[in-house]
Design a protein around this ligand. Structure first.
Ligand code: UDP
Length: 240
């Protein structure tokens, strides 16, 4: 089978693991996502994953309003580790060899992030889950995803969402909203489109790293992207 992408970084937000429930981890949803990932990994694609933590804790949330920002951010980073372990468990239940690496050391439960080691895992067809964001407060896991994507020489960031791409306005509020097939980084920044935070978008722009925004709940979507079908919206250097 002809593959368009052979090395990808999947960004999974914490909310993606939450499914329809309002908080935490939904087992059926995690299992569904694990199957989607396995399908791609079985094609021989090298898969790195950055998981978010928003389903458990966010540094800038209402609950942390009175907290020290840095402490709250560390709590958010720890939340991503819980999600990483849940995802690892589901992937391994589906027969997919997986390693978790964390940007904040916690050696009893995961490897520390070591780039060369991560590359080696990928060579051996293991899925590598990068947890604890960048390890620094004031960042997001979207920025961690763009950072790791460049570090692992990925060809694309697959940004998993609940919608099927980027629209010029909110499709839930505006029935006439139009979906972009492709868009450039500056357009995303200038129009304030909610794709990723501006740090993450600028970093992708500086490194010419394309981002595909797609609906993770659409069965087979990830595989379709890998085999070259036009799914979702691609953010890339403007070739026009
Ligand atoms: N976070 C951080 N530094 C990072 C990544 C994440 O401080 O490099 C914290 C931040 O508080 C963030 C929380 O971890 O709100 C959870 O990550 P994020 O909001 O990106 O998760 P997602 O929205 O993808 O579920």
């Amino acid at each position: 089978m002809e593959l368009k992408y052979k090395r990808v970084l999947l960004k999974l937000s914490g909310e993606a693991l939450m499914g329809e429930s309002g908080y935490g981890i939904d087992v059926d949803t995690v299992n569904f996502i694990a199957r989607e990932i396995k399908e791609v990994q079985e094609l021989g694609v090298k898969v790195g994953i950055v998981v978010g933590g928003g389903n458990i804790f966010r540094g800038v949330s209402e609950a942390s309003k009175s907290m020290d920002r840095v402490t709250a951010d560390y709590m958010g980073m720890l939340a991503t580790v819980i999600n990483a372990l849940a995802l690892q468990d589901a992937l391994e239940n589906h027969g997919c060899a997986t390693r978790v690496q964390t940007s904040i050391e916690m050696r009893q439960i995961a490897e520390p992030f070591i780039r060369r080691r991560a590359m080696r895992h990928l060579e051996k067809d293991r899925v590598v889950i990068f947890a604890a964001g960048t390890g620094n407060p004031y960042f997001t896991t979207d920025t961690a995803a763009t950072l790791r994507s460049s570090e692992m020489n990925a060809e694309v960031v697959l940004k998993a969402t609940k919608v099927d791409g980027i629209y010029d306005s909110d499709p839930k509020k505006n029935p006439c909203a139009v979906k972009y097939e492709s868009i450039n980084y500056l357009q995303v920044l200038n129009e304030g489109l909610k794709v990723m935070d501006s740090t993450a978008i600028s970093m992708c722009m500086d490194n010419a790293m394309p981002i595909i925004v797609f609906n993770i709940y659409g069965k087979g979507n990830m595989k379709k992207i890998i085999t070259g079908e036009k799914i979702g919206t691609i953010v890339e250097v403007d070739n026009a």
